[in-house]
Ligand binder design. Structure first.
Ligand code: ZN
Length: 317
């Protein structure tokens, strides 16, 4: 039988998605459960196993030769463990061993969710054709990943490119990670909304205080809302410029809910980038919105599994 498929898992704080994916990145079978994020570790694992049991029950399962996992981080790919910040029941949880036990000892490839999104954007999205790219998710948190020299660069533990926790404000506010002035502490959706509220922005009659509501107000010209997005853009620009200067990327791709804000984010971001990315070799750096949709995590996990499989290589990953 052809073993041309891989199983993919996308594990986040709200949902656990699984799929069987072919070598073109097409999703053939899907399964999903909510993440019981506040339960104990084995209860969370049970939800993962239910997703995998749906996949293994498929007549196509016999064609799967590897499993790719993109998980909320931090992950430790070298140890096969995960410690997602928003799943407290999992600390150094042996996810790879448990998944291997459920899937008949198929090889399992674990990467962080930011790295998975990067693999997807490089394979089929906005970073396609770029040998050196930074891909970011700017939403509740800020994550990212790197493509260097034409290949995904997960790093030894699977977390490389985690731009959300680069400090861009030396004496800035404490970040939940323990540092200060991190990109995430300034540019994440909740921080965009918090800063707007602190500076006097008020929501409309629907009471929506999300970053999306702040973005709508900014588009309508509210100066406080505009300023909050400009501050987020400045932090992102500093982090992107630092990354470009260190490893010579030629494109930065931004996805996630805040990334969907459009010109409210991208116009000041490009302006600030001109201020921070000043050396000759980073001046041509492009910044562009992500193209992959909600399946990016699954497609990226599949790409990692395909790239790891003996004799099977995902195009460009
Ligand atoms: Zn931090």
């Amino acid at each position: 039988m052809h073993t041309d498929l891989v199983a993919a898992l996308d594990i986040g704080g709200t949902k656990i998605a699984g799929a069987l994916v072919d070598g073109d990145g097409t999703i053939l079978v899907r399964a999903q459960r909510p993440t019981p994020a506040q339960e104990d570790g084995d209860t969370v694992m049970r939800a993962v196993e239910e997703v995998l049991e749906e996949l293994t029950a498929s007549p196509l399962w016999g064609r799967a030769h590897a499993v790719g996992i993109g998980s909320a981080g931090p992950v430790d790919a070298s140890a096969g463990t995960v410690s997602p910040v928003n799943v407290p029941g999992w600390r150094d949880y042996p996810l790879v061993d448990r998944v291997r036990a459920t899937t008949g000892n198929l090889p399992v490839e674990l990467i962080g969710d930011g790295v998975a999104i990067t693999a997807a954007e490089h394979w089929q999205g906005a970073a396609r054709g770029h040998d050196n790219a930074l891909c970011m998710v700017v939403s509740t948190g800020v994550g990212g990943g790197l493509v260097l020299g034409g290949r995904l660069h997960p790093g030894p533990t699977g977390n490389a490119g985690h731009i959300g926790h680069i400090s861009v404000e030396l004496d800035g506010d404490p970040c939940p990670c323990g540092a200060r002035g991190c990109v995430e502490r300034i540019a994440s959706g909740p921080n965009v909304a918090r800063r707007a509220l602190e500076n006097g922005w008020r929501p409309g009659p629907d009471g929506d205080t999300s970053a999306a509501a702040v973005a709508a107000a900014a588009r309508a010209g509210d100066p406080v809302a505009v300023a909050s997005f400009e501050r987020a853009a400045q932090a992102l620009a500093a982090g992107i410029a630092a990354t470009a200067t260190l490893v010579e990327i030629d494109i930065a791709v931004i996805g996630g809910g805040v990334g969907k804000a459009g010109d409210v984010l991208f116009a000041p971001l490009r302006r600030f980038l001109a201020d921070y990315a000043t050396l000759s070799f980073v001046q041509r750096l492009a910044v562009t919105p992500a193209q992959m949709g909600t399946d990016a995590g699954l497609v990226g996990a599949a790409a990692a599994a395909l790239a790891s499989g003996a004799g099977v290589t995902a195009a460009g990953v």
